[in-house]
Design a protein around this ligand. Structure first.
Ligand code: ZN
Length: 244
């Protein structure tokens, strides 16, 4: 089966990426990608210095620039679709996240650093809050876990994790920068992902144009773990997201 080429984890110079948004879109067009998500860091944690997205004005500017690129792609009939994302560090404060993110502007939220079961209620609380703030729950963005390491959950809390991902429709990211996270040591996680139809995606965590299309290994791993149906679920969500 041939799948469209996707990379749902890219940083621009709004945070710690090297290139601006236009350069990323141009690079993705040249590489023949079908879906890209620009997912700049949003955080007020110890790593707040990596991002310029720290207030409503800057976030509006960011989303406006992404919308302009979406319109450019549409008007020129390019098959490339751009997803407006943010990567939210779980050590950010709840108040900071709730105050500055206007969830109706966002297509994709990546949560980074889910490393223990104690952080699961924090994510649930945010998603519940966003869901209530929207008129239609179907307008919730796509939600994924950035460079998530399943090994932290293998012993004792795997079912809890899987039930959480299933209930909140959260996807697993195949990320070639952290290939150890999809090693066969985590086979029992991937078996449960398959069985429970948890969506899976590909995100390269690109900070330069050089690895914008570093997707070969993630696609091989999706096939290795027999997760094509899970990937298909994700692709269908992307399709409904990008009817802009
Ligand atoms: Zn990232």
């Amino acid at each position: 089966m041939t799948f469209p080429k996707i990379n749902l984890h890219i940083h621009s110079n709004y945070s710690d990426g090297k290139n601006n948004v236009q350069e990323i879109v141009k690079g993705a067009l040249e590489l023949g990608l079908t879906y890209i998500a620009i997912t700049d860091h949003f955080t007020n944690s110890w790593k707040a210095w990596v991002s310029t997205l720290k207030n409503s004005e800057k976030l509006s500017e960011y989303f406006k620039e992404l919308s302009i690129c979406q319109n450019f792609l549409k008007e020129n009939n390019h098959s490339l679709k751009l997803i407006k994302g943010l990567e939210v560090d779980l050590s950010s404060s709840e108040k900071f996240i709730k105050t500055y993110i206007n969830i109706s502007e966002v297509d994709l939220i990546l949560f980074e650093y889910l490393e223990d079961i104690e952080s699961i209620p924090f994510i649930k609380k945010l998603i519940d809050y966003w869901e209530k703030s929207l008129l239609d729950a179907r307008d919730l963005p796509l939600i994924g876990l950035a460079h998530f390491d399943p090994s932290n959950f293998l012993y004792g809390s795997l079912d809890l994790l899987i039930n959480f991902l299933k209930e909140y429709n959260i996807y697993f990211e195949f990320n070639p920068r952290y290939s150890e996270f999809y090693s066969t040591q985590n086979l029992s996680f991937f078996e449960k992902v398959k069985e429970n139809l948890i969506p899976v995606a590909v995100g390269c965590d690109s900070h330069t144009l050089g690895n914008l299309s570093n997707i070969k290994e993630p696609y091989e791993m999706i096939s290795y773990y027999d997760l094509e149906s899970n990937f298909q679920i994700l692709l269908e969500s992307l399709l409904s997201l990008t009817k802009y």
